[in-house]
Ligand binder design. Structure first.
Ligand code: DP6
Length: 331
């Protein structure tokens, strides 16, 4: 295949049972299986053009040509497909991140899932979704899960071919997330470096892996029975346990900022008052609150005494990757 174009949209996802630590850094094999909810508020649209006439790969993000370093990351990812499917063409990648202004939530998850989907389409590879998730994984672990919508499990597997995502439930129920943007500055330490340091130095790390396995089993049961309270409790606990491993790493680090703690306290207070909501946090200070869609406006109102309107983003459940027509791409 020397010519061809493909366009794909992927939504980001937020883990409810976190992935934190790799057993193989080259292959992105995780220490534990994880489980996420795909969100509809944030997504990446990517267009891939195979072009025999190009001298080198080109990468445009939000219409800006990216540096050689950024382009190399994309080229390395594209090489996985080029090697396996004997594609010789250089590739132009155009990506648009649809993230509400100032959210600071641009995510490698939607980026690599959309890129995997777009090259699959451009080169007419017909790779099935489960296998495609193993390719997305090699760009960023969390991208494995963004191939599918709703609740998704990333099974850690034993090797590169069986570490993939499976869709569990479309989550078309009364569930969503309210994201409180505390700060959108650069991360103090990337998730990749942070998890490596934690695996290597935290004495709590083995306990984290063990308890994640247990939490995952419980979470899958709670999804089957649509037990919102149990899902929330397990999600909050998984996030807090993950953040505890960072405080116990050497040197220690944390993504918590004073405002993150304020949100955590508010969530716990509101819950006591009967508004059921649960928090989760990733490798940054923003807090994501799991709640019922029908409670979202009330929750936003409660938080608006302390946080501004543009700090709060509401999201429903997102779908899996899908291809875009030329017209949809241009919109
Ligand atoms: C805290 O997927 O960004 O968001 O695999 O090194 O690219 P790499 O890491 P990444 O880590 C995500 C960590 C997390 C938890 C999660 O999404 O499960």
């Amino acid at each position: 295949m020397t010519q061809g174009t493909g366009r794909c949209r992927a939504h980001t996802n937020i883990a409810l049972i976190k992935y934190w630590g790799k057993q193989d850094e080259q292959l992105f094999l995780p220490m534990n299986s994880s489980l996420s909810l795909t969100l509809n508020a944030f997504y990446t649209d990517t267009k891939v053009t195979l072009d025999q006439a190009l001298k080198q790969d080109v990468f445009l993000l939000n219409h800006q040509k990216q540096s050689a370093e950024q382009t190399l990351k994309i080229s390395n990812f594209l090489d996985l497909f080029r090697h396996k499917y004997s594609i010789s063409a250089k590739i132009c990648v155009e990506s648009i991140n649809h993230v509400p202004t100032a959210a600071g939530l641009a995510s490698s998850a939607s980026a690599f899932a959309a890129l995997a989907g777009a090259i699959n389409e451009a080169a007419r590879l017909n790779i099935g979704l489960q296998e495609l998730s193993t390719f997305a994984r090699r760009g960023s672990g969390s991208a494995t899960r963004s191939i599918f919508g709703g609740f998704v499990e990333w099974q850690k597997g034993t090797c590169s071919t069986d570490s993939f995502a499976i869709p569990l439930d479309d989550a078309a129920w009364d569930i969503g997330m309210l994201i409180v943007v505390v700060n959108h500055r650069e991360k103090i330490i990337s998730s990749r470096q942070g998890m490596k340091r934690t695996v290597e130095t935290s004495p709590f790390y083995p306990a984290w892996v063990k308890s994640s396995e247990k939490d995952l089993v419980e979470m899958k049961k709670a999804i089957v029975t649509k037990d919102f309270s149990k899902i929330g409790e397990l999600a909050e606990s998984s996030a807090l346990k993950m953040h505890a491993t960072m405080l116990s790493a050497q040197p220690p680090f944390t993504y918590f900022e004073p405002d993150s703690i304020r949100v955590i306290q508010r969530v716990q207070e509101l819950r006591k008052k009967g508004l059921e909501c649960y928090l989760t946090m990733d490798a940054g200070p923003n807090v994501k609150i799991l709640c019922r869609l029908t409670d979202m406006d009330k929750l936003k109102q409660e938080l608006s005494t302390e946080f501004s309107q543009d700090q709060m983003i509401l999201s429903g459940v997102g779908s899996g990757i899908h291809s875009l027509s030329e017209n949809e791409w241009l919109l």
